[in-house]
Design a protein around this ligand. Structure first.
Ligand code: GTP
Ligand code: MG
Length: 173
């Protein structure tokens, strides 16, 4: 019979890159143009089928990106099986912040954690607002051994595929 394995996933990244929006799109298929900035962290779950016929139940911690909450992050990533480090493709500064989160995970998280670099707001590329090229982010991800996706929480492009790819990488018990 199919097995469902619970796996803890944490989202990290600068404020306003769209972490909560990605989770809302993944879990509820919804998008809001006006989201309140997260206070502390939010918890949601979503179960996804994997190729083997089994299921991964993601226990998702959507952390707050504002600097004043920075010290809380280790509580959420310490026991995580997966981390999605989000930047906004229209903000070069947000990629700098993503790099620093990845360095922190490499120092402090479980060495077996699966990390995905996610470039959000892909819908704004068409409006000429892109500041981070796909090639630059892909090269960084390759150099660091990370998964990489460009996504849009607004249009849903790439969102489910990203979480499914992460689910396929989760060890099943
Ligand atoms: P904190 O909770 O402060 O860390 O921010 P966050 O990373 O959770 O960002 P949030 O999801 O609250 O989104 C910030 C703003 O970006 C909101 O106004 C969203 O509507 C907008 N936004 C999020 N994702 C997208 C996207 O894919 N495309 C566009 N165009 N806007 C987006
Ligand atoms: Mg948020």
């Amino acid at each position: 019979p199919p097995v469902t394995s619970s796996r803890k996933l944490v989202l990290l990244g600068e404020s306003a890159v769209g972490k909560s929006s990605l989770v809302l799109q993944f879990v509820k298929g919804q998008f809001d143009d006006y989201r309140e900035s997260t206070i502390g962290a939010a918890f949601l779950t979503q179960t996804v089928p994997i190729e083997s016929g089994n299921f991964v139940k993601f226990e998702i911690w959507d952390t707050a990106g504002q600097e004043r909450y920075k010290s809380l992050a280790p509580m959420y990533y310490r026991s995580a099986h997966a981390a999605v480090v989000v930047y906004d493709i229209t903000s070069a500064a947000s990629l700098v912040k993503a790099r620093s989160w990845i360095a922190e995970l490499q120092r402090q998280a479980d060495p077996s954690i699966v990390v995905c670099l996610a470039g959000n707001k892909l819908d704004l590329a068409e409006a000429g607002q892109r500041q981070v090229s796909t090639a630059e982010a892909q090269k960084f991800a390759d150099d660091e051994g990370l998964m990489f996706s460009e996504v849009s929480a607004k249009t849903a492009q790439g969102v489910e595929a990203m979480f499914k790819q992460i689910a396929e990488r989760m060890p099943i018990d």
